[in-house]
Design a protein around this ligand. Structure first.
Ligand SMILES: [Zn+2]
Ligand SMILES: [Zn+2]
Length: 152
């Protein structure tokens, strides 16, 4: 657990440095947004990040959260999961492509990482000659919590 916290603060330092290099000011609000993005495993929407940051910094605007999230995304430091229905969700903890398992009832999103994906990417490269630099793999279903509430 200590290692995990260390990793998070190192990521924050790196992000702050990258933002500064690009000429962005680091306000306490912006720092709080980065912290929520990097620490959250729940793949929050911009609104959800806003709610968390607003609790500590009531003067934070939704526009600031949008702007900061889009800058972080543009730097390749957060994965954006777009949905045709519902809000886009963000993974700032794992900014690289990985499979997601999504509950169609409560919109919970969890990560599922497996080496089989790497093997598949290698096969696709060989079969198509493509340089593969991204992929999106979503599995939809009903999470265990929603299954329980259905049967009771
Ligand atoms: Zn669910
Ligand atoms: Zn994820």
């Amino acid at each position: 657990m200590a290692g995990l916290l260390q990793d998070t603060s190192t990521r924050i330092d790196t992000l702050v440095e990258k933002l500064r290099t690009r000429g962005h000011r680091i306000t306490p609000q912006r720092l709080a947004i980065l912290k929520v993005l990097v620490a959250s495993e729940a793949h929050p929407s911009v609104d959800q990040v806003y709610d968390q940051v607003k609790a500590a910094f009531p003067t934070t605007s939704l526009a600031t959260v949008y702007k900061t999230v889009s800058i972080v995304k543009a730097m390749g430091e957060a994965l954006e999961l777009e949905f045709s229905q519902g809000s886009n969700r963000y993974d700032g903890k794992k900014p690289y492509p990985h499979p997601h398992v999504i509950c169609t009832q409560c919109q919970k999103i969890i990560d599922y990482e497996t080496v089989e994906i790497d093997a598949m990417v290698t096969k696709i490269k060989q079969a198509t000659g493509f340089e593969i630099d991204n992929h999106r793999l979503d599995f939809y279903g009903i999470c265990t919590t929603c299954q329980k509430s259905q049967t009771s």
